[in-house]
Each structure stands twice: as structure tokens, then as C-alpha cells.
Design a protein around this ligand. Sequence first.
Ligand code: ZN
Ligand code: ZN
Length: 310
Amino acid sequence: MIDLCTLGTGGTMPLHTRALASLYVRNGARALLVDCGEGTQVWVGKLGWGFQRIGAILISHYHADHCSGLPGFLLALTKAGRTEPVDIWGPRGLVRVMSGLRVICPNLSYETVLHEVPDEGSCFEAAGLRVRAFPLDHGMPCLGFRFDLDRPRAFLPDRARELGIPMCLWQRLQRGESAEDWTPDAVLGPERRGISFVYATDTRPVPAIAEAGRDTDLMILEGMYGAEDDLPKALKNSHMLYRESAALAREAGTGRLLLTHFSTSMEEPEEHLAAACAVFPRTGCARDGMTMTLRYDGVTEQTTPGWTET
Ligand SMILES: [Zn+2]
Ligand SMILES: [Zn+2]
């Protein structure tokens, strides 16, 4: 299973009621952050899932609302005692941006390993998840991400006994390795569906988003503007309306859509939710501190409504 927390759901500027973009993704003992808006370390501390396990940070693009929290967060990791390297992925320009940010956080207790994703995107592994970064349309290099957690095939002990395979070889076969005369196919069940989700904000609608969302449990897309009247602003600033995100979720056939990255002009993002639900009914608005659990059986559980309400 994968646990997610939308640490901040605001776009552009932090509000006293809404923090800036950051998503905490926990895969057992390992975790990563997607985006790191101003003050992210405060909300990671409040969540209580820990700093130490965060070994990767994925930055969608270099607008301040997505990366200005990096110096504080990297220092918080030092304070938490991290010594293992931290991988940071971002679009073209990462090395330049990080060299600027590191001026104000020069002394870290660990190495940062920078990975510039080429404009056409790339695939990599982070926190035990398969990640595919793909280009968005935001007037500057900007990435969306698809995450996949594969589910291992089931081991069939009865079959192994029938075949007379010594128990000392079971673990190797279970790991997908051949052992003596036996191949894993002899004792493993059929392929099983894993867990997948997409995160894409700060973009006009592009086909790559719907394509990345195929056969996913969840898509987290931007809800910058709820009202139809804001279409000119969405076009000018390269953002999406609720209904445009919902249309991508419908086209992808995803399990559920969560809107985030709300404009400061919307005091209550849920007021506009009907515009999205008319296009894709299984849509909700994220809240700061909302947590969700994605399970192998396809069930997505929302475990808290978010800490701004409590
Ligand atoms: Zn933004
Ligand atoms: Zn942006």
C-alpha cells in the first residue's frame, strides 16, 4: 500500500489557511516528496510520518510555490540526522536552481544527488516506486509524474510441494530467480495489478496527462480555477479549470480525482466542486494535511479530512 498526504494545497502564495504545494508519498519505510513549497518542513513535522525516511524529492518546476521550501526542508533533514544521500529530480535547470538555493543552506549532513530530467521526460526509481516523469505545458520546463508500485506474483506453496521442490529453494523462486531445475513460473501465480497514481499540476491540458492516468487508482491534478469565468486567466497563466482536470480524469478512466493547487482567489475550493463532478463524478478537493491510503485491492481510503478543519 501507499500512503499519501497533501501537505499543502495552495498555489502561488501561502495563505494562513492554506500552505503551498507539497505531497508526501510513503511506501513502507521509504518516502519521497513531490514539490516543496515554502514551509514544507513545518507540515512534514506536523504530519509525524518522519523526516528520515524521505530519500527523494521530485520538483515539478521552478516557480517559487513549488521549490522555495527546499533550503528549509534540506536543513530539517540535517537536523533530523540524515546521513544517506538524498536524490533530487527536476526539469532542466535543476543544477542551476540548486546551486542558488544551496548558498543559504551550504552545510548539510548528507549528499544531494541531482538528476535533471530531459525535456521529453524519463523513467527512474524513487522510494521503491517506478516513476515516469512527463512534460507538461506551463510556459517553462514542467513535469508531471506517474507512480507505480508493482505487486509481486503470489507464491504457490502447494504447487511447490507437488513438484517436490526443496523448501530451501522457495525464497529464491519467490524472488523471481531460477533455482536448480525450476523456474519461478512453475510456482508463481498470475501477474497482479499494483498501485498507480499520477500527480500533475501547473499546466494546460495535454494528452500526456490522460495517457499517464490510464489504469491508475488516483489522479492528483490542479484545481487552480473553479469558475468558468476564469478560463482567460487559465489560458494566460497556463493553468487548468476544474472541469478541464476532470475531463482528463474521465478520459484516463482513473479511479478517483483529487484536485489541489488552488488559487488564492478561491476561499472555499469545494464551492466549485460541482463543475468537476459534472464531468467526472469521483472528484474531491484536497485539504492541507489530508491523508489517503491506496491499497492493492483498488480501494482508496481517505483517512482524515485535513488538519485545517480540526
Ligand atoms: Zn504553482
Ligand atoms: Zn507554476
